[in-house]
Design a protein around this ligand. Sequence first.
Ligand code: GRF
Length: 222
Amino acid sequence: MSTSTRPPLRLAILISGRGSNMATIARECRQQRIAATVNVVISDRPGVAGITTAQDMGLETQVVSWKTAVDRAAFELALGQVIDTHSPDLVVLAGFMRVLSGPFVERYAGRMINIHPSLLPKYTGLHTHRRALEARDAEHGASVHFVTPELDGGPLILQSQVPVKADDTESTLAARVQATEHVIYPRVVAWIADGRLKWNEGHPLLDGKPLSKPVVEHFDAS
Ligand code: GRF
């Protein structure tokens, strides 16, 4: 249980699909393992499983449809309005599949984090598990990072590292990596909620020390 005495961190969680990371973080907030509240879950797609899950958990949900927006500027205007209505301290991208513009990202500098299914800087973009298998990597994993205008390029915070097994397929590897995401993403949110992880003019500080490289957590192949 968190021992923080500060007011709970307000979260806006942005999703595009299943929402398993969102649900894990929301559950940990509810169990007071993270000193935060999920104030809104926003999807850019209507009807996704993550929205149903969030509603089942009694969370406030909003859909800001990418498809029906006239252009990216209109989408981001609507998205920004919904986010700001909830005054979040932290915007958590959890499987949110839209690339956000530089100016939009800058508005939330130091207040927006993302999880990406690779050991960044390896494999930015899509199909990360397939690419790790094709490259015959011995290790694969996921990365939590602050969001900057460079796609999947912001300062790294925490990575999970898993061994790649000889008989791995894209889906077995994806499942193993995703299980680790559910460990590392809540942990980073807790660090921020507890005031341990801070953003200092473009540079993360963990427990007062510059985080020049990510913390790496190793998981076994089970
Ligand atoms: C995760 O694998 C995450 O790394 C990537 O999108 C996926 C989202 O999964 N950015 P979920 O919607 O949280 O289940």
